[in-house]
Design a protein around this ligand. Sequence first.
Ligand code: ATP
Ligand code: MG
Length: 396
Amino acid sequence: MEIILGKYGELALKGLNRNQFENSMIRTIRKRIERCGAFKVHVAQSTVYIEPQDINADIDMAYDEIRRVFGLSAIVRAAVCEKDLRSICETAENYLGTALDEVSTFKVDSKRADKRFPMNSMEISREVGAYLIERHPNLKADMKNPDITVICEVRDDAAYVHADQVPGAGGIPAGNAGKAACMLSGGIDSPVAAWMMARRGCELVCVHFQSPPYTGERALYKVEKLAWRVSRWAGRVCLFEVPFTDCQIRIRDTAPEDYFTVLMRRSMMRITQIIANKEGCGAIVTGESLGQVASQTMNAIRCTDIVAQMPVFRPLIGNDKVEISEYARKIDTFDVSIEPYEDCCTIFTPKHPRTQPVIEAIEEAENGIPGLLELEAEAAENSVLKVIHFSDEDYV
Ligand code: ATP
Ligand code: MG
């Protein structure tokens, strides 16, 4: 039989809260693999065991889900066998023999958690290693830098044989860090920023600004699809779609052109703040990275930051675009992000936006815009909520 093992990450360090973290992670795992058939999920010795209960259980699909569960630092598929040397050797050969044919060096690592087992870990490794070399004469043992490590774990209930574990999603289990209001555009950066906060345990309330008729249905669908890709890690994402056209037009028509970008960003921030308060969020998140564009200089960020009444997290502030794109590929949002649709930020943009706005001048210009706060309240009020689940079929 084959099972999935998940190893705790930071969870193992969490003293008194550990139970709460552990329970929420188990709940998440159960929910994620509900569609994969009958599995038993339980914890022993800081390891989560995910065991198929019948032949209809789809372990490939379950593994694909488990690798997106936050809180697991490492995961691996393993073969289960009797706790005797012969069966451990045979299982290692049956389970990993093909993989061993494809490499030139290996080592066997054993762990004996069940101290009643008659051999110690060194002895188990030596015996299993000898058994495998006999069947793969070209294979050489390499203790320092092997191509593959065959790991044999003798635990209380059974023995497990597997190859090297791979990194899990890391972070903290979903829903242990409060709610965050993430400003989600259709770009590359903001889905990564949202994902990073979800990995730190945040529940995501995403806020997207659209400007019909300047931005279209396809652009909106693209953002929903991005939210869905993120929900495959986060579990669930609430997406507020904000009609932003009236605010933008009011700013364009009544404020100096070169202030447009900063004023628009302040307006977005205030609307996000209204939604964040209503939804009980403790922070706002953006995908900004210092100096990337005119609105992301230190001064421009200061001008928008100052209108927020809660912490604004910018997890990508120190990252290069190349690094952010690597993340986007890893979390599977990149291909959607590069679909070419207009974002509301790119309409009405001045030819020469101010890169070094001065707060006093910005505030004065803003005070000269009639009824902007009312329009912002209306935009928040008229926003449409879509709740997006990892299991939604609409965005596949
Ligand atoms: P991204 O790849 O996230 O779009 P960007 O480099 O295009 O980033 P900007 O357009 O300046 O940067 O936007 C900076 C941040 O403002 C975004 O990361 C996002 O958090 C927020 N933002 C931009 N446009 C929107 C939008 N239409 N709706 C919601 N948030 C937005
Ligand atoms: Mg953008």
